[in-house]
Design a protein around this ligand. Sequence first.
Ligand code: FPP
Length: 245
Amino acid sequence: MDGNGRWASRRLLPRVAGHTRGVDAVRTAVETCARRGVEYLTLFAFSSENWRRPADEVSLLMRLFVVALQREVGKLHANGIRLRVVGDMSAFEQRLQDLVREAEARTAGNTGLTLTIAANYGGRWDVLQATRQMLQDRPELASEPSLIDEAALTPYLAMAYAPEPDLFIRTGGEQRISNFLLWQLAYTELYFTDCFWPDFGEADVDQAFEFYRTRERRFGRTSAQLVDPRVSSTPADAGVSSKPG
Ligand code: FPP
C-alpha cells in the first residue's frame, strides 16, 4: 500500500494525512475483494523496516491500527470476513497485541474472505522464523539437512493457512517487492501501478484483476502443455499436476 506520503505531500498535507486516507482505501479494497469473491487478501501495512521512519509517523500508524481494529472488526465479522495478522507482534504495544488476538479469535470461524494484515512483517524474517521453528519441532533435521525440503518448511511460514498468492499489487510507482512474501511470491503475477494508495479505488482493483486475466500461468511448462496436458513432459514432471515448476 505505497504512496500515502506522496499523496499527502502533493496536497501540502502532512504525511500522516495520507495514512489516514489510506485507511479509507483499505476499506474500499476489502469491500471490493469480498464482493468479487476473492478468498484471500493480504495487505502489507507495516514492514520490519518501517520502524526506521520518524517516531511521530510510526506512532500515528500504530494509533491507526488500534482505531481501525476497534471500529472495523464488528463490520468485518458481520460480513463473514476472517481477520489474521502476520508478523512479529511482540514489538507492538500490549493493547494492540490484545486487540489483534481478540479480533482474530472473534472472526476465526468466518468462511468469507480471509483478510490478512502484515504488520512488522518481512519476508526474510518469515523464512528465518519458519526455519527456527521447524528445527525446534524437528531437531533431527539439523543432523540430516538433506531431509529439509519445501514440504518440511512451508507449514512454519506465517501464512501457512493460505495458498500462495495469484496476484501481487503494488501501488505508488515503485517496481519492487520490498521484502513482502518472498517465499510465496515465487510464481505470483506482479502488477505495478503509479496510483497512490489513497486513490486506489474499486475501478483500480478491477483494472488489476483485468491484468491478471490476461496472464498465462505456465508454472514452468510450455503454452502447448497448458492447452493439452497430454503433451509429453519429462519423467521428473510426471505426476506433478499443481506444483509450480
Ligand atoms: C506506505 O506508503 C504505507 C505505509 C507504510 C503504511 C500503510 C498503512 C495504511 C494504509 C493505514 C493503516 C492500515 C490498516 C490495515 C488499518 P508511504 O508512506 O511509504 O508512501 P510514500 O512512498 O509516498 O512516502
